[in-house]
Write a protein that binds this ligand. Structure first.
Ligand code: 9UX
Length: 72
């Protein structure tokens, strides 16, 4: 089963930043899809809760140099 979550991303200023965040998330085991919207600064992530936790997702984003906090 997969689940979708959204994260507020901070620190992105260009389209390359968007790609960096998407790549950092996409490469993780358990992440099916990661899409980042630069205008809203929100990342939409589809993942398998059995394989990866929300905390691992936020850690991957901060490791890439951006901030991440659960949206809404
Ligand atoms: Mo371009 Mo985004 O240096 O940090 S990748 S602004």
């Amino acid at each position: 089963a997969t689940e979708t979550c959204t994260l507020d991303i901070g620190g992105m200023t260009c389209a390359s930043c968007v790609r960096r965040v998407e790549k950092a998330l996409d490469k993780l085991d358990g992440v099916t899809e990661a899409r980042v919207n630069l205008a809203t600064e929100v990342a939409s992530i589809t993942f398998s809760p059995e394989l990866i936790k929300l905390e691992d997702l936020t850690k991957a984003v901060t490791k890439a140099g951006y901030s991440a906090t659960p949206h809404q």
